[in-house]
Design a protein around this ligand. Structure first.
Ligand code: EPZ
Length: 417
C-alpha cells in the first residue's frame, strides 16, 4: 500500500486547474448503457474510481478509447447484463449500473456496491424507486436480481429522504419508461443537473433537475451525443482550504463559483478574502490566521458533507472554538483521531465534534480513512511542524486527480514512499 511523505510548514500559493466532477462523471459513464449509439465525453477526471467505471463498462463489452482529452464510448457493443463482483465492490457508483442494465436487457444481476465506509449507506431508496416504476427485485445475501417483463411505467415518487444516488437511479430509469415520472423531494445537487443535461442531449425529456421536483417524460429511445462534465466543486473547495489553512493565496481555474456559494460564504467568515469570476475563484489568506466557524452539513444547497473533514482541519488550527455537525452520514469522523494524533484538540460526540483551535499541528505517521478524510490529512501534513507520513493513500487516489502534483505546484513537497 503506497504512502505519502509530506514536508510540513508550507504556504500554498499559486494557480490550480480544477478537474471534472467525479460525482457527475461516474453516473454519466453508466448512463451510456441506456443507448446503443456513440458518446463523446469531455472533462473526465483522471482518477481511480473513473478507471474502475471504465473497466466495468468494458467488462460488459463497451468499446472505450481516450483521445485528445475526450472519452469515446461505443455502448452498442454491450452484450453482458451482469458486471463482475470484484469491480462492483470497489466503488459506490456501481449502483448506477442497475437501472440502465435492467432497462437494456430486461434483467440484471448486481452485487451490493462498495465505496467509502462513512456510514451504512443502504440502497433501499434506489430499489423502492425501481419497484414503484414496475421492476421486480429479489435481494439475495450479497446480490440483487432485477427483472422487467414490460417497459417501466411513469409514476409519482415522493422520496422519503433526500438522496443524490436514488434521485439519479430513478431519473435514469424513468427516461425510457412509458408516461411521466415525477420525483418529489429530489436531490438538487449540481451533479443531478449535469446528468439530466447529458440525458437530454441524448434525447431524454427531463425538466426541473436542480429543483426539488423533477419531471421525466419517457421517450422510446436515446441517441448518441457529446457532453462536457461540470467542474469538481469538492476538489475546488479542498484547494481553497489548502490556501486558507496555510496563509496562502490561490486561484482555482476552470471551476464554477455558483456551485460553491455556501462553502465560499463560510470561507469568507473565516477571514479569507474571496473574489470570483466566470470560471475562477481566488482566495487570499496571506498574513492571517483563520477564525473558526460552525458547520452543519445538509443536502445541496446546504453545506456539503464532502467538505466537512476539510473544514474541521481549518477549525483545528483556527482562532476559537467551533462545532461541526454531520447530518448526512453516521460515520464520517474517522479522520479525526488522526488529526488528534497531530495535536488537534477535537472531541467527538455523537453526530458532532467540538474543536478548540491550536496554533500548530505536529507531524506523525498517520492513516487515511476515506476519500475526503485522506485529502484532509495530506493538507494537515503540508502545514504541520515536521515531516508527516500518510499511509493508505489508496482512498485519496480514488477521488482526486493528481492531488499531490497539484499541491507540489503550489509549493508543497509531497513524495511517494
Ligand atoms: C453521493 O453519495 C456521493 N457519492 C457522496 O460523495 C456524497 O457525500 C453524497 O452523495 C451526499 O452528497 C457519489 O456521488 C459516488 P446519498 P450517495 O444517497 O448517493 C441515505 C465523496 O466523497 N440513503 O445522497 O451514496 C444515506 O445513508 C462521496 O465523493 C438511504 O437511507 O449519498 C445518507 O444518509 C462520499 N437509502 C443519505 O441518504 C438509500 O437508498 C444521503 O445519501 C440511499 C441513501
Amino acid at each position: 500500500m503506497k504512502k505519502l511523505y509530506i514536508e510540513g510548514n508550507k504556504k500554498l500559493i499559486g494557480n490550480v486547474l480544477i478537474s471534472g466532477s467525479k460525482n457527475a462523471a461516474l453516473p454519466i459513464l453508466f448512463m451510456t448503457i441506456l443507448t446503443k449509439e456513440k458518446i463523446k465525453i469531455g472533462n473526465i477526471p483522471k482518477l481511480t474510481d473513473i478507471k474502475i467505471a471504465i473497466k466495468l463498462l468494458k467488462s460488459l463489452g463497451a468499446e472505450i478509447i481516450y483521445q485528445n482529452k475526450f472519452l469515446y464510448i461505443n455502448p452498442g457493443l454491450i452484450n453482458i447484463y451482469s458486471p463482475p463482483y470484484k469491480l462492483i465492490k470497489k466503488i459506490r457508483a456501481s449502483i448506477w449500473m442497475l437501472a440502465p442494465l435492467l432497462i437494456r436487457f430486461g434483467k440484471t444481476k448486481m452485487f451490493f456496491p462498495g465505496g467509502c465506509k462513512i456510514g451504512t449507506r443502504p440502497i433501499n431508496l434506489h430499489l423502492n424507486g425501481l419497484i414503484k416504476l414496475g421492476a421486480k427485485i429479489i435481494k439475495k445475501e450479497n446480490s440483487i436480481l432485477a427483472y422487467i417483463d414490460k417497459p417501466l411505467r411513469g409514476q409519482y415518487i415522493c422520496m422519503e429522504k433526500i438522496s443524490v444516488g436514488a434521485t439519479i437511479t430513478i431519473m435514469s430509469a424513468a427516461t425510457l419508461a412509458r408516461g411521466i415520472t415525477t420525483i418529489e423531494n429530489a436531490a438538487k445537487e449540481p451533479e443531478i443537473i449535469d446528468i439530466a443535461k447529458f440525458l437530454n442531449t441524448l434525447g431524454a425529456n427531463i425538466i426541473g433537475a436542480g429543483s426539488n421536483k423533477i419531471y421525466i417524460k419517457g421517450v422510446l429511445k436515446l441517441n448518441g451525443g457529446e457532453h462536457q462534465i461540470i467542474p469538481d466543486r469538492i476538489e475546488t473547495g479542498t484547494f481553497l482550504i489548502a490556501a486558507a489553512i496555510s496563509k496562502g493565496f490561490i486561484t482555482c481555474q476552470n471551476t464554477e463559483p455558483k456551485h460553491l456559494k455556501n462553502v465560499l460564504k463560510k470561507l469568507s467568515q473565516t477571514g479569507a478574502i474571496i473574489k470570483t469570476g466566470k470560471n475562477w475563484i481566488k482566495l487570499d489568506m496571506r498574513n492571517k490566521i483563520p477564525k473558526s466557524i460552525n458547520i452543519s452539513t445538509s443536502p445541496y444547497p446546504g453545506f456539503p458533507t464532502d467538505m466537512q473533514p476539510q473544514f474541521t482541519l481549518l477549525n483545528s488550527i483556527a482562532q476559537g472554538k467551533s462545532i461541526v455537525i454531520e447530518n448526512i452520514f453516521e460515520n464520517r469522523f474517522g479522520y479525526v483521531k488522526e488529526l488528534i494524533k497531530m495535536g488537534a484538540q477535537i472531541e467527538i460526540k455523537k453526530n458532532y465534534i467540538t474543536c478548540q483551535g491550536v496554533s500548530n499541528l505536529f507531524s506523525k505517521n498517520i492513516f487515511s480513512t476515506d476519500l475526503r478524510g485522506s485529502a484532509t490529512l495530506v493538507l494537515a501534513g503540508c502545514i504541520a511542524k515536521g515531516n508527516t507520513i500518510v499511509n493508505n493513500i489508496y482512498h485519496l487516489k480514488r477521488g482526486y486527480a493528481s492531488f499531490e502534483k497539484k499541491l507540489n505546484k503550489l509549493g508543497a513537497n509531497i513524495q511517494y514512499l
